[in-house]
Design a protein around this ligand. Structure first.
Ligand SMILES: Nc1ncnc2c1ncn2[C@@H]1O[C@H](COP(=O)(O)OP(=O)(O)OP(=O)(O)O)[C@@H](O)[C@H]1O
Length: 322
């Protein structure tokens, strides 16, 4: 026999937070289950598992599962780094596209309130979000990923002189927008471990975080700081990505490692975290990013590098959401 509290904890894990807290009256346990987005077989599988577990709770003779199709908020995947300029925004944009190509419904939020760059990277500059019932409606990007960034709200080139709480509110508006049937929201975090990052992990509870670093020691020390922020907030770190690894000269073909080689993979192993892959330092990646044409949307070795990372993240999300 199980007690109701331990069953409630198991229920949460079993349903990925889709179930209401269980209530028992006259031997009947009642649970509301949000089945929005679940297929028939998944609904039946989850219901059967709930029923089986519920009947082991002391005093429960029958189980009533009320299915609701309430839309749930998208799951958040935060892309973070300790240091600025290591390629978070580049990875976020390409990850969003790679996840979409892996069959997920993806949205993108630029949480870099003071230095937004996603509108440029995703070719959606100049678009203005509409609002419905006080919620923003994301703008469409050229690549079919709905997105929101401060860049869609403020005039280009204007500096934002906001204090922490205002920036936190702005982030809330971007994240709690009208995301429709989006099931995964990739959030491009600002660098470091300040107010926005705290408000992100505390208020918006990402499902997982991806950490980007360049291979050299200094960047890795900062990455460790970002990892510890997520770990303290009990946000699982999906893994580490090494960016700007290895440079192949487009003229002579000679390979060099301006920022060192393999540092992030070693650091990931030391911290017991998965290493998800490396993205080379390549002029084409910079050029295409500046032109609003993320490599992941095309073909070739760079697209493949982002796709391989996207597939691992998609598998991680599916594992957790199953
Ligand atoms: N793998 C790469 N090869 C070549 N250039 C790259 C690569 N990754 C990123 N860049 C370039 O480096 C610059 C910084 O990248 P990006 O803006 O993605 O970093 P960031 O960590 O988001 O920066 P910030 O801290 O300012 O938000 C950009 O000009 C980008 O095009």
């Amino acid at each position: 026999m199980t007690d109701i509290d331990s069953f409630a904890a198991r229920l949460h894990a079993l349903t990925d937070g889709r179930a209401s807290p269980p209530r028992v009256k006259d031997g009947v346990m009642t649970i509301a289950l949000d089945v929005g987005g679940l297929g028939e077989a998944q609904r039946e599988g989850v219901s059967a598992a709930i029923r089986e577990g519920a009947l082991t709770v002391e005093g429960v003779e029958d189980v009533r599962i009320v299915m609701t199709a309430e839309r749930r908020a998208p799951r958040i995947i935060a892309v973070a780094s300790g240091k600025g300029g290591v390629g978070k925004s580049t990875l976020s944009a390409n990850l969003a596209i790679a996840l979409q190509r892996a069959g997920m419904r993806v949205g993108l939020v630029d949480a870099d309130i003071y230095g937004p760059s996603q509108a440029k990277l995703m070719a959606s500059e100049g678009r203005k979000p509409q609002a419905r019932e006080k919620k923003m409606i994301p703008v469409e990007s050229l690549h079919g990923v709905p997105m929101l960034s401060m860049a869609h709200l403020v005039e280009p080139g204007k500096a934002l002189a906001w204090r922490g709480p205002m920036a936190g509110n702005a982030l809330g508006q971007l994240v709690d927008a009208e995301w429709g049937d989006v099931d995964v929201l990739v959030v491009d975090m600002p660098p470091g471990t300040g107010d926005i990052q705290l408000s992100m992990v505390q208020k918006h509870k990402p499902m997982g975080a991806l950490i980007v670093s360049t291979p050299q020691d200094l960047a890795l020390i900062d990455a460790a700081r970002a990892i510890s922020l997520f770990e303290q907030a009990q946000v699982p770190v999906i893994g580490l990505v090494e960016n700007m690894a290895g440079y192949v000269c487009p003229h002579c073909g000679e390979a060099s490692d301006p920022f060192g080689h393999g540092g992030a993979e070693i650091a990931a192993a030391e911290m017991g975290l998965p290493f998800l892959g490396r993205i080379p330092l390549a002029i084409d990646i910079r050029r295409q990013s500046d032109a609003g044409d993320p490599p992941a949307a095309g073909d070739g070795p760079h697209a493949n590098a982002f796709r391989a990372i996207g597939e691992q993240v998609a598998a991680w999300i599916r594992d957790r959401a199953a």
